[in-house]
Design a protein around this ligand. Structure first.
Ligand SMILES: Nc1ncnc2c1ncn2[C@@H]1O[C@H](COP(=O)(O)OP(=O)(O)OP(=O)(O)O)[C@@H](O)[C@H]1O
Ligand SMILES: [Mg+2]
Length: 277
């Protein structure tokens, strides 16, 4: 991989030659010794966080309000830099790319590491144009290609069937759950490696929530997903790995099943059993 480019999807080449499996490195994102400070505050919002995020798995960040879940998520596509004067210490690599290297193209990083927020944020444009947006920004002119990607992205986001007859209607009239799936389609259209979801279902009704959870399950076949959720049942249902944060520290990180059935730390157990938070 070119050192200075954040690559999109991998080539899909198998790592098995003549059926001899080579050991596979499944880590996609590595965070090492992260400290995040906002507004010259002396106290760090993230304190010495190190973790590895696996490819094509769902990793959930859990923990009480204000513990740093969204802050940590935003480190992975440098979104923190938009909102305030913040300072990050430590390193984040996506594969072998240091994403804080000054030569990194931030727009390309954010294409490769897409983000979906709590409140659906479709643009005040048609359904079609919302999904085509990133392609147009990239200068794509081929109409057939755009048509095809809009369709495949809406299909991948489990929305195609509901909108295929009204692609030119405004996205604003879609339901909250449909808008959230549209935003996911918009992220997928530019072929990211990673999708960051910050409480993507917390503003949705139970049926729309279920659809998003089913969608996450499908998406992880192709994408690496990191999700913030306050809902412990949701974390247990959708994630393969879970990270419990408290007061800016990573208290425990492991397989979701282990975190929920045999947490190593008492603090984790207290949180997941609803004793605080
Ligand atoms: N843009 C910002 N400017 C200054 N401080 C911030 C900013 N964003 C977050 N913080 C602070 O960083 C800490 C962690 O906040 P963060 O939003 O990451 O927590 P969270 O775990 O996502 O909480 P919630 O569950 O309520 O969304 C908090 O003390 C918060 O006040
Ligand atoms: Mg948050």
């Amino acid at each position: 991989m070119n050192k200075k480019t954040i690559s999109g999807r991998e080539t899909g080449k198998s790592n098995s030659i003549n059926n001899i499996e080579k050991p596979e490195n499944n880590t996609l994102i590595t965070a090492e010794g992260l400290y995040l400070y906002y507004d010259n505050n002396e106290e760090a919002a993230l304190k010495n966080i190190s973790m590895k995020i696996e490819k094509q798995k769902v990793t959930a960040f859990i923990g009480p309000s204000g513990c740093g879940k969204s802050s940590l998520l935003r480190c992975f596509n440098r979104m923190n830099e938009l909102s305030s004067t913040c300072r990050l210490e430590g390193k984040i690599h996506i594969q072998d790319q240091d994403i804080y290297d000054p030569e990194v193209n931030i727009a390309e990083l954010r294409r490769n590491v897409g983000m979906v927020f709590q409140k659906p944020n479709p643009f005040p444009k048609s359904i079609y144009e919302n999904v085509a947006y990133g392609l147009r920004i990239q200068g794509e002119k081929d109409k057939d290609k755009i048509n095809q990607i809009v369709k495949s992205s809406l299909k991948a986001a489990a929305l195609w069937g509901e909108v295929k007859d009204r692609l030119n209607s405004t996205a604003i009239n879609l339901s909250g759950g449909q808008q959230q799936r549209l935003v996911i389609a918009r992220a997928i259209a530019v072929q990211p490696q990673v999708i960051l979801l910050d409480e993507p279902a917390s503003a949705l009704d139970p049926i729309s929530t279920l659809k998003i959870e089913e969608l996450i399950h499908e998406l992880k076949k192709q994408y690496t997903i990191v999700i913030v959720t306050h809902n412990m049942q949701q974390a247990a249902r959708v994630s393969d790995y879970a990270a419990f944060l408290y007061l800016g520290k990573l208290v425990e990180f492991g397989k979701t099943n282990d975190i929920f059935t045999k947490p190593r730390k008492k603090m984790t157990e207290d949180y997941i059993t609803g004793r605080y938070g």
